[in-house]
Design a protein around this ligand. Structure first.
Ligand code: BGC
Length: 356
């Protein structure tokens, strides 16, 4: 009996050792045991996964290379846009399965340089390109380069023509309808008690500070801000319309010169963007004029600084150009393109009126 018990004990010990050493499939040759071993393995894998979740290690994850070129880094609005784009790819879209490796380059306001950057992305086999073109007219060249290499391209901020977008199905545009922002600028002025006619002479005399004439955002904002007034039967008079290249210092120069030349005749200053409105505000202050009392000023973008001037009454109003919504849409569309999903031609994000 003792011997039998001792035998049982040693058999049990051997069995424990076999299972314990974990390499038992072949040794045992029994399906039941194999299953157990596999289960143990699965459990280990689960533990590994849990570890990955904890540490956010992107081990074994697929890498998607995203090449982004911005028309120039030295632009207030596009800086906010590109920072959000990069953050969103890295912090919100990257996960255990896919890591978005994002490269953002400065087009330095030079189309030849930017076209070279796109060619480098292509040579380096990027998976998708996001392009904020220096000149929208370069879109067809860029589409053809990308098409030859079969790399989808998403245009942002500067809208190409419908014909350019039709050149290939892996092309899309993400932006906002600049007609809407222009109309809202005009409405901000129309909604004032005097509809912008400060001196009561029956017409609104204005200065228009233009972004750059090749850009549809500039064209539409210039046209539709005034159309919103004339559509409502308001008479207008253009005193100055000048190109400020979206730039604060140029906005200041243009408005300072206009104030010197036309003085009190100027009732409204329309700026195609907020950077130029910030410059205009400096010129207005330097000329001892007071926004809301003897002049009005509107911009587009809703930069933080401008919103605080709207609150304090130093700028009449602006229009939110939603860089966060546009950045997220651009990234989401780029991901769709990489995944081979069918793209729409245009994705637009709404503007929002901002007044006190
Ligand atoms: C913005 C401007 C910016 C321009 C760049 C416009 O939509 O309102 O602030 O300079 O885009 O293309």
């Amino acid at each position: 009996m003792k011997k039998f018990l001792a035998l049982l004990l040693s058999l049990a010990l051997m069995a424990t050792l076999l299972v314990g050493c974990g390499g038992g499939e072949k040794e045992t040759g029994k399906t039941g045991d194999t299953k157990k071993v596999e289960d143990t393995k699965k459990d280990d894998t689960k533990k590994d996964d849990a570890k990955k979740d904890d540490t956010k290690e992107p081990a074994n994850s697929k890498t998607v290379k995203v090449g982004i070129t911005i028309y120039k880094f030295d632009d207030n609005f596009m800086t906010l846009y590109r920072e959000e784009l990069e953050r969103y790819f890295k912090e919100e879209l990257s996960n255990d399965e896919v890591t978005y490796e994002v490269t953002v380059v400065d087009g330095k306001n030079d189309q030849a340089e930017q076209t070279n950057q796109i060619q480098t992305f292509i040579a380096d086999k990027y998976d998708v390109i996001i392009a904020n073109l220096v000149q929208s007219s370069a879109a067809s060249t860029v589409v053809n380069l990308c098409k030859d290499a079969d790399i989808p391209v998403i245009f942002i901020n500067r809208e190409p023509t419908a014909e350019d977008l039709d050149l290939w199905d892996k092309v899309a545009y993400v932006g906002a309808d600049a007609r809407q922002s222009g109309t809202m600028q005009g409405e901000i002025i129309y909604d004032l008690e005097n509809h912008g006619d400060l001196n009561g002479d029956g017409k609104v005399s204005y200065v228009m500070v233009i972004g750059d004439p090749e850009n549809v955002d500039a064209q539409y904002r210039t046209e539709f801000s005034i159309k919103a007034l004339t559509d409502k039967g308001i008479e207008v008079e253009e005193l100055v319309a000048q190109r400020g290249d979206w730039d604060q210092a140029k906005g200041q120069e243009i408005v300072a010169a206009a104030l010197t030349q036309y003085g009190d005749q100027i009732e409204v200053v329309f700026c195609n963007n907020d950077a130029m409105a910030l410059g205009a505000r400096q010129a207005i202050e330097a000329a001892d004029r007071k926004v809301g009392e003897n002049i009005y000023l509107v911009g587009v973008d809703a930069l933080e600084e401008v919103v605080s001037y709207v609150k304090s009454g130093d700028i009449t109003g602006t229009v939110l150009n939603d860089h966060i919504g546009q950045a997220h849409t651009a990234a989401d569309v780029a991901v769709k393109a990489v995944n081979g999903e069918q793209l729409e031609k245009n994705y637009t994000v709404d503007y929002v009126k901002v007044t006190k």
